[in-house]
Every structure is written in structure tokens, then in C-alpha cells.
Write a protein that binds this ligand. Sequence first.
Ligand code: PGA
Length: 254
Amino acid sequence: MELSVFPNPYMASVHVANSITDVIQKNNAINRQTILGLSTGNTPKPVYDELIRLNKAGTSFRNVVSFNLDEYYPMSGSSGKSYHSYMHNHFFSHVDIPSQNIHIPDGSIAEHEINEYCKSYEQKITDFGGIDIQILGIGRTGHVGFNEPGSGIDSITRLVYLEDITRQDAKIHFNGSPVPEKAITMGIKTILEAKKIYLLAWGEKKAEIIAKSFLQQVSSDCPVSFLQGNKKLELVLDEPAAAMIQNEIQVNRI
Ligand code: PGA
């Protein structure tokens, strides 16, 4: 695994966005699709801003296919609180990705259809040849996607319960209405199958969970720890998020 530490989230995000568009451009040149695994939350916003800028500067996203990590359940895609809305507002509506190439777990599916739906989400990723580049944030519980503590290394796309801490952290986006108790999320196995993974974290409030994830024993108590030592992983941090880890792991300081 590679650890890259940047002075600020902007510089880190430019690095990640450039790496993504390099792959898109190479694939565009041979008419191959690029399959992106995308995440929500505050962390990837500057990456999306930079990708939008690079799209306007000439990198076409017409051959990009996207799979989002997760969505609250139950949740209508048209709700302003949904990850569907987040993705359209922060990214998709600003770039030339065709709408039929966008995949986000459907939080409005009937409960008795969820198992089949999750299987078909996994199958679609496989049918596209797997995810080329996966973008991840990290939650205070050590989740990636909504893989909360207890999630196994073999977990795949499924319905999960959210931890109280996760629901508390989401409250700010729900304007007083209750945060759903459940979500549909890709699993740890789904994530680990990506060909390249960028895990991003900014700010001192992420320093402790980053240290726990990468310096302590691998355990389903902290699902991000399943990424420890993974050759496909680049851990991209700003200085404050790296504060408790950078003396322990070799760093590419930018
Ligand atoms: P954040 O959330 O990017 O808003 O910090 C990350 C996460 O919970 O996965």
C-alpha cells in the first residue's frame, strides 16, 4: 500500500482527480470504458470539483460507468437527502457521463426484493469487468461504504443497520428529520475487488480512526483495517489526518 500525505485536501484531491482522468484518457484512446466506484460524504467533494474542472477542460466522461457505494434505506432517489441527489448535485449534473451509465443502490426497492436487487447490483459490476478505480472515505466507526463494525471480509452488497455514531454524524444533512436506520451498501469483498483503491481522509478528526485502521490488528471491529497492506491501495491524507500514522508507515510526502 502507498501512503501519500498532502498539505491540504485541495492538493490531495487534484492528485486523485489527475490519476483518475489519466486512466479515463488512456481508456478513451482505445475506446474502452472506465468503471468508477464512487462515494459520498464531505470527503470526496473536492475530488468531484476537480473532476468537473478537468471534464470542462476536455477529458470526456462519455465512456465512464459509475457504481456508487451506498444509499440510505428506505430512501427515495428524488429526496434531497438521498445519495442520488448528492451525486447529481455534486458531480453527475456537471459532467458528460451518460445517465444510463450511472448506478446507485436504489433505496426505494421493496424490502422483499432487496436480496435479489443486491445480487443484481454485484452482477452488474462483474458484467462491466469490475471496478477500475474505487474512491473511499472513512467514517468514525471505521466503516467504508456503510460496512459498519462486524462486516466481514467476504461481505457483498446487502442491506445493513447503521451504527448510532454514523446516524449522529449524518444528522446535519437531515434537517431534523430522522436519519434512516438502514442502508444498502457494497460489501468489503466488492470494494477489495477494485483494481485500484483511493482511501481519502482530511482533518484531525480522522487521525485516530486512520491510526486504528492501519496500525492495529486487522479486525471486523474496524472494517477499514481489511485494506491494511493492500497493494492496490493508495491512502491519501492531509497532514492533520496523517498525524498519528506518518512516523509508522513510509510516506510519499508531497
Ligand atoms: P465524510 O464521511 O466524508 O462526510 O467524513 C465519510 C464516511 O462516513 O464514510
